[in-house]
Design a protein around this ligand. Sequence first.
Ligand code: MV4
Length: 451
Amino acid sequence: MFKKILIANRGEIALRVICACKELGIRTVAIYSEADRNSLPVRFADEAICIGPPQLAHSYLNIPGVISAAEIANVEAIHPGYGLLAENANFAEVCEMSGIKFIGPRPEVTRLMGEKEKARSAMKKAGVPILPGSDGIVASDGEALEWAKQVGFPVIVKASAGGGGRGMRIVRNEEELPGLFKAAQAEAAGAFGNGDLYMEKYVEHPRHIEFQVLADEHGSVVSLGERECSIQRRHQKLLEESPSTQVTPELRDQIGAVLCKSLAAIGYWNAGTIEFLMDQDRKLHFIEMNTRIQVEHPVTEMVTDVDLVKSQIMIAAGAKMEDVLHGPIVHRGHSIECRINAEHPEKFTPSAGKITAFHPPGGTGVRVDTAAYAEGVIPPYYDSLIAKLIVRAKDRDEACSRMARALEMFIVEGVYTTIPLHRKILADPDFRAGKFDTGFIERFLAKNGKV
Ligand code: MV4
C-alpha cells in the first residue's frame, strides 16, 4: 500500500479522500490556493503545500505546480478527486513520466472516453447498447442529412469533445438541420478547439441513469448497480438516488454483466461511471463514460456498503478485487443525496461570502459530506457545491421522509443555498411517487415559481 498520497483537489472531495487515507493508514498531502488557506482539508491533511493564487489556472489546474508539490512532498500517488485534473489524460501522462501513480485509469483510456464519439464506438464494439446514430464523425451538413434520414427525426448532434450538455443541438426536421449543424460545429470549435460532431436518435423525456463500476488492474470488473440522476437543472445534477425505481433486478444484472465484460475488454481500471438514457420503453442506451469518482458516489456507498474511494486507492496500489471487496455486492435499502450549492435562488448564480451559522443535521441514516463550517468563507473562484446531504433508509418512502426532516434541520446562514429548493422538491407529489424524467425541474419551476 502507498505510504503517502497527494490530493489534487479542494473542498468536500479533498476531505472525503483524506477520510479514506486515514482509514487506510496513508499519510496525506493537501495542496491549496491562497483562497483555501483556512480550509478543512489543509487542517486535516498531514502536510499542506500552498501552490499559488486563487485562480484555478494558477493553482489547482497548474500541472507543473501540482507535480512540483508532489515531488517536494515525496508522495507515491496523486488522487485527483472529480473535476479539475481528474479526466485530463495529459496530467495522468505527466504523473506517469514523473514516477507518480495517478489514481485513475491509463491515460489512453481516459483519452478514449473523453472523445465521446470514440467512446460510443468502443462501447458499441464491446457489446454495450447504444442509440441508432452516425457511424463516426459527421463531416458536413450534407452527410448529417443522410444519417438523419436513416435514423429518423428527431436527432441530436453532439460535440465529440463535449459532454455534459455543451455543443448539442436537437434537430426536429430537415429544414432546420443545416443551420443547427453549423451552429453546433462553431460552438464546439470555439469551446473545445475541436468542431467534430456525431449524431444520435433523440430520446424524448429520458431518464438519466448511470451505473457504477469498480475495475482492478488484473482484468476483474464488478458492477455496483445504478444511480438515478434525472433531477438536473441546466445539466447540473441537484439530487441523486439509488436504486432507480425504473430498474428491475433483472435489468440491473443484465447491464451489469455487459459492462463487466466490455470494460475488461477495453482494459479499464479504477472506479468508473457509465451514463445511460432510459427511454419510455425502459430501455437503456449508453451515452458517455466518466473515468473518475463522481460527486454522487455516496448513494452507491450507502446501499452497497462499499467505500469507493478506498477501493480506488487500493486498486491503484495493485490490489486484486477479491481483496478490495468484502464479498459479493449486495444492495440494501435506498439512498438519496441532495447537493447543497451556495447560489442565489432566483438567479442561480454563485453566492460567495462568509458562512455565519452552520448546523448540519445528524441522526440515524444521515451523512453530510462537506468542508464548510461556521465562520468559514466560500471563495468566489470555485464550484458552488458546499455540502452533500445523504440519507439511507429501508426503502424509498422512508428515505424521502428522512431527507425531508434532515433538510428541515440543516441551517446555513450568510450565503444563499439550494436547501429551500430541495425542501420543495421533497414535498412534490410527483417526486414522491417517483414520477419524473430529465424535464422534471423545468416543469417544477414553472409550476412553483422560482422557489
Ligand atoms: C441526449 C438526450 C436525448 N437523446 N441524447 C445532455 C447531457 C449529455 N450528457 C447528454 N444529454 C442528453 N443527451 C440523446 N440521444 C438528452 C440529453 C439531455 C439530458 C440528459 C441527461 C440529463 C439531463 C438532460 C437534459 C437535457 C438533455
